[in-house]
Write a protein that binds this ligand. Structure first.
Ligand code: CA
Length: 220
């Protein structure tokens, strides 16, 4: 699932494409001019832009150039009727991440979108550490000395919360609210028991979950 901007002035194509992508679970904003692209990308944190080159007000390549000049690094997939190699080369040189010519196969477009989003995810891969405990945010796994830690769903959620907010107190009621989907009956006492089990599993890692009395927990 991704939040995408579709810049395309051909209404029929744009509506059809938005419908397909929404059907695949994505959130789509639709614009039809280059000016709208600048406004929309300043206002929203998109995961990807699908950019037509033949926009009514500005050439899509100029829109792309401006995006990169403004420091926006999000993936841009150019969608265009221009299939001359010079256009492709220029588009890629200006910082497009992919280039697809009209008419195109929607299945191929979706596969390319998936590939771009995957690349972006790996590029943003983050490892959060505490002692020898490592949380890999892409693999969504915890490791101690490179060995995966076996955690229950509740333990996983709690440890992720604490580690994502390392150095700050995480309140018990926040954890209980966060766990609501997993366990509607989680109580303060039950939470203490889960944290106790979690501490045992982290025993040799040097990652210490401290109790902040009356409030919650913290990993320093
Ligand atoms: Ca067009």
């Amino acid at each position: 699932m991704a939040y995408m901007l579709l810049a395309e002035d051909d209404e029929l194509l744009a509506n059809g494409l938005s419908k397909t992508l929404r059907h695949s679970g994505h959130k789509i904003d639709q614009v039809r001019t280059g000016l709208d692209v600048s406004a929309a990308t300043s206002a929203n944190a998109y995961d990807l832009v699908i950019l037509d080159l033949g926009l009514p007000d500005t050439d899509g390549l100029i829109v792309l150039e401006q995006l990169r000049k403004d420091g926006r690094t999000l993936p841009v997939l150019i969608l265009t009727a221009r299939d001359a190699p010079e256009d492709r080369i220029r588009g890629l040189d200006l910082g497009a991440n992919d280039y697809l010519c009209k008419p195109f196969n929607v299945g191929e477009l979706e596969a390319r979108i998936r590939a771009l989003l995957r690349k972006e995810k790996w590029a943003n891969r983050v490892e959060i550490k505490s002692g020898s405990l490592v949380f890999d945010t892409v693999a969504n796994k915890f490791f101690i000395d490179n060995e995966q830690v076996d955690l229950s769903a509740r333990e996983f959620v709690i440890l992720e919360m604490l580690l994502q907010r390392k150095g700050r107190v995480v309140f018990k009621n926040e954890i209980i609210e966060h766990l609501f989907n997993l366990d509607k009956d989680m109580t303060n006492n039950a939470l203490d028991i889960v944290v106790h089990r979690l501490r045992k599993k982290l025993d040799k890692s040097g990652c210490i979950i401290q109790t902040v009395k009356g409030l919650g927990f913290i990993i320093e």
